[in-house]
Write a protein that binds this ligand. Structure first.
Ligand code: LLP
Length: 428
């Protein structure tokens, strides 16, 4: 097959990790590895992570902040890709870690994250969560509510450094399921109660209040909303530490625009310097904008059904990518490794649900059974929300770097699925 050059209507490489290209045979290469070779070894569906590009990005993220504000720490929001290997990768590049539950803390510690660079969140922390955070010695526990105050007071033996999560009363323009900075949110303290909660925390000898936290939502492309959150925090009592959460949006399809990390850091740090001062400790917690672009999902086409619409069904779907069915997130799948005439198709999954659609009305190289199909920008929130609908085995995570692929998470087995079950059938 001859090499494919020039722009293709069905494949926009700017959505893939930087460095992704087609080799001389027209095969898609990520992290130096032909996707076809990776799936020949590890099967489909599979999550591929460009390890080298993600490392460089994690480093650049941290530097974008520290060059502008030396007392900054970028915490990877581990919920977006909670794997010990991914957390460990970001930690080894100098990032801290945001965890939102005991399980994420376990993964972060297993991945080698330094507890002194871990921040512990959660709107419904149990005694077990708090005990785990205290035992690990995390940098800050983020108090979300008065029950957190009670629990920490009861469980701690020495004063615990805490931040208070507040509602900055900013209505971020994003999917309603991802708005978290408004007063009716289940997260944090509503703006009218903040002063009282601060006073209450100060009365507790086991809580040592260092600063405030605000996370206004996820998938935000308008940087003025982050500036508004900083301005809102500045209207409260001043502290030495501010954690601005995550939320920066990314491009999922070629028509999307999103600020890059340099612009984000520039605007956020300028707002912090203007409103909060130049010597505060500044934390940010990117998830999506840290990992989304560095992961792709590879599938095999299982059937092609032509009728009123062309349904291209792949060997995964909402079991490995809930973004579409939960939030209507658009993606740009492509049939890879060959060229040909394009056909407008719907890419659907194999689960027993009509909503199990990965993309609608996308131009694909006329699909055939057995084709490889990739979906870019699946590095955030896909692995983490993968599930066992139809007893699907959750896919592996394969790191690709310099032409070598390494398994970071193996594919689930049917034995894994059965291992938790007791066979309570009457065998007599
Ligand atoms: N910090 C806190 C306290 C958060 O709640 C979140 C995300 C982040 C940081 C990271 O936000 P990011 O930079 O990734 O936008 N399941 C949804 C996303 C929910 C985000 C929840 N919190 C999805 O699949 O898109």
């Amino acid at each position: 097959m001859s090499a494919v050059t020039g722009p293709r209507a069905d494949l926009d490489l700017s959505l893939y990790p930087p460095g992704t290209h087609l080799d001389g045979a027209g095969r898609l290469v990520v992290g130096g590895c032909a996707v076809a070779d990776v799936v020949a070894e590890h099967g489909t569906p599979a999550y591929l992570v460009d390890e080298g590009a993600l490392r460089a990005h994690a480093r650049a993220y941290q530097q974008a902040f520290t060059t502008r504000h030396p007392r900054s720490l970028v915490l990877f929001a581990s919920k977006s890709f909670p794997s010990a290997a991914v957390i460990g990768l970001t930690a080894s590049e100098g990032c801290g870690t945001d965890v939102a539950a005991e399980g994420e803390l376990v993964q972060a510690l297993a991945g080698g994250a330094d507890p002194g660079r871990i921040v512990f969140h959660g709107n419904a922390k149990t005694d077990a969560d708090i005990a785990a955070a205290l035992a690990a010695g995390v940098r800050y526990v983020v108090v979300d509510n008065l029950d957190d105050v009670d629990r920490i007071s009861r469980l701690a033996h020495t004063p615990v450094p805490v931040l208070l999560r507040v509602s900055p009363a900013v209505d971020a323009s994003t999917h309603s399921a991802m708005m978290t900075g408004h007063d009716a949110s289940k997260f944090g303290v509503p703006s009218g109660q903040i002063a009282d909660v601060i006073a209450r925390i100060r009365r507790e000898p086991m809580l040592d209040l260092h600063g405030l936290h605000a996370h206004i939502g996820s998938g935000i492309g308008d940087l003025t909303q982050f500036e508004a959150a900083v301005a809102a925090l500045a209207r409260l009592e001043r502290f030495g530490v501010y954690d601005l959460g995550g939320g920066l949006g990314v491009r999922y399809v070629r028509t999307d625009a999103a600020p890059d990390v340099e612009e984000y850091a520039e605007r956020v740090v300028a707002a912090v310097h203007r409103h909060l001062g130049t010597d505060v400790e500044l934390l940010v917690e990117p998830g999506r904008s840290m990992v989304a672009r560095f992961g792709i999902t590879a599938y095999r086409v299982v059937t092609v059904k032509r009728g009123p619409r062309t349904h291209v069904a792949v060997d995964g779907g909402m079991g490995d990518n809930l973004e579409v069915s939960l939030y209507g997130q658009p993606f740009e799948p492509a049939v890879i490794d060959r060229t040909g005439p394009l056909e407008v198709c719907d890419v659907v999954g194999r689960h027993c649900e009509s909503g199990d659609t990965l993309a609608r009305d996308v131009p694909l190289v006329t699909p055939r059974v057995g084709d490889l199909l990739t979906v870019p920008v699946t590095g955030a929130y896909c692995f983490t929300m993968s599930n066992n609908y139809n007893a699907a085995r959750r896919p592996p995570v394969v790191f690709c770097r310099d032409g070598q692929s390494r398994l970071a998470v193996r594919r689930e087995t049917f034995d894994d699925l059965l291992a938790r079950e007791q066979l309570l059938v009457d065998r007599t």
